[in-house]
Design a binder for this molecule. Structure first.
Ligand code: SF4
Length: 642
């Protein structure tokens, strides 16, 4: 181990002196050492760092000291902010460093002066309810140093005003913009180009790779060192960005912008009818797919009404292309629309021909719009082609990368066969601080009465833990059934995903007496409730992705065609990672204690159950409810003395 790293992260090092509560950890030092080596060798390193390793400092420290250009990509914007506003300054202060750092988010996070002016001129339908929010945005525009809308509480990410005061690649005027001198987005991108260490998120990283591929310019600076935190999320993000998609809302937006441009010019009478034809064609696609909201595979046999609707879109785009060609150069707004017409026509093309063997086509139907997707089933070749790693140091890290100690699954998903791997156990004592409860008498998960039986088995556990629990479900229907059963029970403050925004549910969870949160999807990972506030996690079933999900189904079919083993190579490891993420919600700090209950009897009855158990931290397992009661009766769970 490098003595310099050991000293910096050691008991007498600058971090121990500067940070109250800093505990030197061998695993942290081992990780920092491996990262330092990967940077020096310009090689690829995969690190699974169990909870409590202190992995953020373990990669930041060698990155800051490397003297190289570094790009760090996190899984979420919240983590980006935490890294940039908290961890980096803390570390720089403690080490006496002054590395030039920058934070860069996706363009939808930055206030766009140009679009704000248009909104202020009444270009957003004039929804009165949004006027106070608009006033807040205008005030923010005048005082914000960076235009990062995450700092503006009044404008939630879901606000319908948000798309009107931010730009997207389609409607940004770029060099032709009259407000380019004050543009927050361009300033942030310029700062990123000049910084020595840039913090981005996975979405921005992959959006940039996709952008480079399409020849639309580069947003992110190149770097010598790339560090991906929460790297287990990368394959799915890559799938999203390496695919092609076309949303009916994009067509409708274009039609609306064309009408606005035509009204402004006043002498292009041929344009409005063609813009309206596009708007109607977009509505036709929505109507052809109808209700309810759903994600479904592409129809195997052509459905006349759907193919006709797509043909109408193609025709409307072709007509507009001809009109705009003749008007080329009349205004920057029209020229921008012309580019968008070409772009959307290119995106439509793959949906008008037969599917490629390495793609899965599917449809996402929402309340008032739909999106057509063509997603790659295997992102590894695309990732390696678009992100060559030779001559670059790359670190992929997460609390959950390995399955039963092996990295094969992650390596195969991203094509990282040349990587060095390092699995570091978490520093928490799961033997004394956690208990895995597997109730012995639940029916098969496929049994129609399973969810009701699970709730009945969970109730005594929830009473013992006095709520303070997450119940995590693998499907919305199971979540709803459990919610129905639990609503009559007044012992807990019941919080149900979907009934309020997730952030509100979490805030209430932290405050409410005996809270019980029922969640699925996003609550399995990335949620951080520390201390006794969360003392129990109950998992309904082993979290295998639904084979009815279009991308999952496409990937299974593809692996089968290729002679692979979809279950062992894809479905099982994916489910193991998700279960590890679920458990990760429970023990967040060295002082945390808690019970993980898994209702699914397959964990014990099936051979593959051993793969799950081998992948979880080493902790006591019980089938006896009395052990759960004893665990919660232990002194650590007694209410603190006043
Ligand atoms: S350049 Fe684009 S993002 Fe910047 S102010 Fe103009 S339209 Fe908005």
């Amino acid at each position: 181990m490098s003595t310099a790293i050991a000293k910096l992260l050691g008991a007498d090092g600058p971090l121990a002196q500067a940070l109250p509560g800093f505990a030197p950890r061998q695993t942290q030092q081992a990780m920092a050492d491996a990262v330092e080596q990967a940077i020096a060798e310009r090689s690829t390193l995969l690190v699974e760092a169990g909870t409590g390793t202190g992995k953020t400092f373990a990669y930041l420290l060698p990155a800051l000291q490397s003297g190289r250009k570094v790009l760090i990509a996190t899984g979420t914007r919240a983590l980006q902010d935490q890294l940039f506003h908290r961890d980096l300054p803390t570390l720089q202060r403690a080490l006496g460093l002054s590395v030039h750092t920058a934070l860069l988010k996706g363009r939808a996070n930055y206030l766009c002066h140009h679009r704000l002016e248009r909104v202020a001129a009444g270009d957003f339908g004039g929804d009165l309810a949004l006027h106070p929010v608009l006033a807040a945005v205008q005030g923010f525009a005048g005082r914000s140093p960076d235009g990062d809308l995450d700092a503006l509480e009044e404008l939630s990410p879901q606000s319908s005003l948000r798309p009107f005061v931010t730009s997207n690649a389609d409607n940004c005027l770029g060099q032709d913009c009259p407000d380019i001198g004050d543009c927050f987005l361009l300033k942030a991108r310029r700062a990123a180009q000049q910084a020595d260490l840039v913090v981005v998120n996975h979405h921005l990283f992959f959006a940039d790779l996709a952008l480079k591929e399409s020849g639309f310019g580069e947003v992110l600076p190149d770097a010598d060192v790339f560090i991906f935190d929460e790297a287990h999320l990368l394959p799915e993000v890559a799938t999203m960005f390496f695919g092609t998609s076309l949303g009916s809302f994009q067509l409708a937006d274009l039609a609306r912008d064309l009408l606005a441009e035509a009204a402004q010019l006043g002498d292009v009478p041929e344009l409005p009818p063609r813009a309206q034809a596009l708007s109607q064609a977009a509505a036709g696609v929505n109507a052809a797919l109808g209700d309810p909201p759903r994600r479904e595979p592409w129809p195997l046999r052509p459905i006349a009404v759907f193919t006709d609707a797509l043909a109408a879109v193609r025709q409307a785009l072709a007509d507009l292309s001809a009109s705009l060609e003749a008007l080329s150069g009349r205004s920057s707004g029209l020229d921008n629309c012309q580019e968008r017409v070409a772009l959307l026509a290119a995106r439509l093309a793959p949906f008008l021909t037969d599917a490629q063997a390495d793609q899965v086509r599917w449809i996402d139907v929402r309340q008032r719009s739909c999106t057509l997707h063509a997603s790659p089933v295997d992102v590894a070749p695309l990732f390696n082609e678009r992100f060559p790693r030779h001559a670059r140091a790359c670190v992929f890290t997460s609390g959950t990368l390995a399955v039963a100690g092996q990295f094969d699954h992650f390596v195969q998903r991203l094509g990282l066969g040349d990587a060095r791997t390092l699995a570091l156990p978490g520093s928490f004592d799961y033997q004394t601080r956690a208990l895995l409860y597997l109730p012995g008498d639940l029916p098969e998960p496929s049994d129609p009465g399973y969810t009701e039986a699970l709730v009945a088995a969970a109730l005594p556990v929830l009473r013992a833990s006095r709520g303070r629990a997450f119940m995590l479900f693998t499907s919305h229907s199971a979540l709803r059934r459990a919610a129905t059963r639990l609503r009559s029970c007044d012992e807990f403050t019941l919080l149900v995903q979907g009934e309020r925004p997730n952030s509100e549910l979490l805030a209430q969870f932290r405050r409410a007496p005996a809270p019980l949160l029922l969640g699925t999807g996003s609550f399995w990972q990335g949620v951080d409730v520390r201390g006794e506030a969360l003392s129990c996690v109950i998992v309904d079933k082993l979290p295998f992705a639904s084979p009815g999900e279009p991308i999952v189904a496409g990937r299974i079919a593809y692996l089968r065609r290729e002679g692979g083993d979809p279950f062992n190579d894809y479905q099982l490891p994916q489910a193991v990672i998700t279960l590890k993420q679920g458990l990760g919600r429970l023990i967040r700090d060295a002082g945390d204690r808690g019970v993980l209950m898994v209702g699914d009897r397959r964990l014990r009855a099936k051979g593959y159950g051993r793969v799950f158990l081998k992948s979880l931290p080493d902790m006591p397992i019980t089938h006896d409810l009395a052990d759960v009661q004893r665990f919660f009766d232990a002194p650590a769970f007694e209410p603190a003395a006043p």
